[in-house]
Unconditional design. Structure first.
Length: 288
């Protein structure tokens, strides 16, 4: 089965969605029309991109003219948005995405591998992970920076806190690399569910908790791959979670945000910064 896809860009995507659905669209989705990703919004928030494109799917033989007429007549724009049409073939989109995923080496013995792939190196430490409920498969530069640090770090026997765990990828990688225990914390219940499922699939034991229920007792290593604003706000809490001499790894911040985030932790840590593709990783060693 094929579909007729309409694509338009408007300052009022929610309004366009209502009009399209009212005139026969089978589904409507929003995509980034620029290059401004929205990462890990807070609970209850549903932010859109500064430039949002609206994609509407109609049956291949449907007449889209009533929808287009409504868009032109009712949408509160100075000029009607430009609409493009395309026939798209139906596919198993999930399977297509999975088939395109490959195992990725992050240095040392560490690999992140989709479940349907294999890593031939017998000495490899493999974390098996497919895209799912929560953010984090290692493809984003901020996650990659954290995984590359873990791959070369000596964390054997350490107690690890992964604050903002998402899919659990960092905590699971730490456990596979020899950490004695790991706790994943997140504000999103789906992230905690995904982390537990991924930990079971990787045959490691992970403790998870929401932000109000985890133990703040000092850890050997604290990982926080979230966003610059929360990292600054959480500086007193995350700092208190690291034992003297322990390490703190912060990511999810743009290069231009690094200095401000580092300054929030500078009183308690000796900090080093590494940048990749416009994103920065900060690694701090807790001062005595």
């Amino acid at each position: 089965m094929a579909w007729l896809q309409l694509r338009l860009q408007t300052r009022h995507p929610e309004f366009a969605e209502e009009l399209l659905l009212a005139h026969g669209a089978q589904s409507v989705s929003f995509v980034d029309a620029g290059d401004t990703p929205v990462l890990e919004p807070l609970p209850g928030e549903t932010p859109l991109w500064a430039q949002t494109a609206v994609l509407a799917l109609f049956a291949e033989d449907a007449d889209p003219e009533p929808a287009l007429a409504a868009i032109a007549a009712i949408l509160p724009e100075q000029n009607p948005p430009v609409v493009t049409r395309e026939i798209v073939e139906d596919q198993d989109w999930v399977r297509l995405c999975l088939d395109q995923m490959q195992a990725v080496h992050f240095g040392g013995a560490l690999w992140i591998c989709p479940r349907h792939r294999t890593v031939e190196d017998a000495s490899a430490v493999v974390v098996r992970l497919d895209p799912g409920l929560a953010f984090g498969t290692g493809t984003h530069p901020s996650t990659s920076l954290c995984l590359r640090w873990l791959a070369q770090a000596d964390i054997a026997g350490q107690r690890v806190l992964d604050y903002g765990c998402g899919s659990g990828i960092l905590a699971i990688a730490a456990l596979k690399l020899g950490a004695a225990a790991a706790t994943g914390v997140d504000i999103d219940p789906q992230a905690l569910t995904a982390s537990l499922e991924n930990a079971r699939d990787n045959e490691v034991e992970l403790t998870v908790s929401d932000v109000s229920g985890f133990k703040t007792a000092p850890y050997d290593l604290v990982l926080a791959n979230i966003l610059a604003g929360p990292l600054i706000e959480l500086a007193p809490l995350l700092s208190a979670c690291v034992r003297p001499g322990g390490q703190l790894v912060l990511a999810g911040l743009l290069d231009r945000q690094a200095e401000e985030v580092a300054s929030a932790y500078a009183g308690d840590f000796e900090i080093e910064a590494v940048s990749d593709e416009g994103w920065t990783r900060l690694v701090g060693t807790r001062l005595p």
